[in-house]
Design a protein around this ligand. Structure first.
Ligand code: FAD
Ligand code: UDP
Length: 406
């Protein structure tokens, strides 16, 4: 059905195929997002493996895919993607494929008829309450007077109420979270709202990571350079199920949803989806910062993002994206809560007993990971493969397989 024999086009690379008497690929990688693309690049360039990378979407880059819309403005098809990390190792790796443009993301929240900084900081408090808090200590004392200490912080409600009290929790977090997840914060792990800190200073950046820069020519260009290796063949518009019996390969790396791979044997893992509404406007600027959040439950979307802030592009027009949370649609977010972690564990145990396949990435390992964490996870897996290949003992890995970027 398909002519998928890379040794036909790259005879000099044909070595590995003969090992087991099979022709074909060393690795079939499903999913051309960060997880699959980084691993494909490493296996091809680092170990001279022949890789077939498939994605059912019509493009590479996964959720980080960007493109120029009809107006010529560079936008992100799946909502705003801001790169930030504390890991120099991850920056060094990606820098092989892109230059960078410094960008510090700032977000305002539409609350009580005004737009104020989120994460909540001293400016937020002064504006909302007409105060003149001048120091960290004064802001901390104000928050302490409102905070409702929670002994055992388990949920996303606990985290915020413990830090800032119920009123600010309701203004900034309860409605947004109910919309975004279709669940009350009390039903979600603490890790979800803990992504957003509370500050007593006037730092209004969304992230405080040591490295905050965007790929200078966009994510898609970076992925193109990552995948431009003669050992990597990319097939788009191709679902794994369409080709799994048509292609010969030794090892499978699956970066799609793990429950889908196992035909939902234990039931569906819940994922949250979004509907993106992209708009092109005949004006140079729409809003003062990259993203404005709308926590009110009465507003059907969660946030509006304007890409020119992120990319630095100069253009007489601008393009924005509204995010409408949805139960149905592409799986964008694993939903962190105990019963889902339990269900995932069952799939993980099944995966451990299934030879020849490794699961990777946000969908494959059901983890609410940022881009840098997924890159870290892929690099860590590569290290293990490389060590095994060379017959070396697998070193205790400082970066682990948990993808935590440091
Ligand atoms: P994905 O990018 O989802 O790639 C998986 C790919 O697998 C997909 O392209 C899919 O089509 C393909 N696939 C799945 N199943 C199959 C199959 N059966 N056959 C073929 N192909 C298949 N991270 C940040 O660091 N900063 C941000 O600002 C940020 N903003 C975000 C905003 C939104 C709205 C979302 C949804 C995510 C955001 N993220 C952000 C997270 C970031 O998108 C992910 O960390 C990253 O894209 C995950 O990469 P991945 O390769 O694991 O998964
Ligand atoms: N959140 C909120 N109000 C905000 C911003 C965030 O309630 O103004 C909560 C919400 O539950 C959200 C989570 O914090 O899903 C994490 O926010 P983040 O901006 O990191 O979400 P992402 O960019 O991953 O969608």
């Amino acid at each position: 059905m398909f002519d998928l024999k890379p040794q036909d086009s790259h005879p000099e690379k044909a070595g590995g195929g003969g090992r087991s008497g099979k022709r074909g690929f060393d690795y079939l990688i499903v999913g051309a997002g960060f997880a699959g693309s980084v691993l494909a690049e490493r296996l091809a360039a680092g170990l001279n493996k022949r890789v077939l990378l498939v994605d059912r979407r019509p493009h590479i880059g996964g959720n980080a895919y960007d493109y120029h819309d009809e107006s010529g403005v560079l936008i992100h098809r799946y909502g705003p993607h801001i790169f930030h990390t504390n890991s120099q190792r991850i920056v060094d790796y990606l820098s092989r494929f892109t230059e960078w443009r410094p960008y510090e993301h700032r977000v305002l929240a539409q609350v009580d008829g005004q737009q104020v900084p989120i994460p909540i900081n001293r400016t937020t408090l002064n504006r909302l309450y007409g105060l003149a808090l001048a120091t960290d200590e004064q802001a901390a004392a104000f928050l302490a007077s409102r905070a409702e200490p929670v002994d055992d912080i388990r949920t996303s409600e606990d985290v915020v109420v413990n830090a800032v009290g119920r009123e600010l929790y309701e203004k900034f977090f309860r409605g947004y979270t109910r919309k975004q997840w279709g669940l009350d914060p009390a039903q979600l792990d603490r890790s979800v709202t803990a992504r957003v800190p509370t500050r007593t200073n006037d730092d209004d950046r969304y992230f405080t990571d040591t490295f905050q820069q965007m790929p200078k020519h966009g994510y898609t260009r970076m992925f193109e350079r990552m995948l431009a290796h003669p050992n990597i063949k990319v097939m788009l518009n191709t679902d794994y199920r369409e080709i799994r019996d048509e292609v010969q390969y030794e090892q499978l790396i699956f970066c799609g949803p793990i429950d889908e791979y196992f035909d939902y044997r234990f039931g569906r893992l819940p994922y949250r989806s979004l509907r993106f509404e992209h708009k092109q406007l005949d004006q140079a600027q729409f809003q003062p910062v990259g993203t404005v959040n709308y926590p009110a439950e009465a507003v059907p979307y969660t946030r509006i993002s304007e890409y020119k802030h992120l990319t630095g592009q100069e253009h007489p027009k601008t393009s924005i994206t509204y995010e409408y949370p949805a139960a149905e649609g592409d799986p964008y977010y694993p939903i962190p809560r105990p019963e889902n972690a339990e269900l995932y564990k069952r799939y993980q145990q099944l995966a451990d007993k299934t030879p020849g396949v490794t699961f990777l990435g946000r969908l494959g390992t059901y983890k609410y990971y940022n881009m840098d964490q997924v890159v870290g996870q892929a690099l860590a897996l590569y290290k293990r493969i490389e060590a095994a290949e060379r017959g070396e003992p697998v070193q205790a890995d400082r970066d682990g397989l948990d993808g935590q970027a440091r």
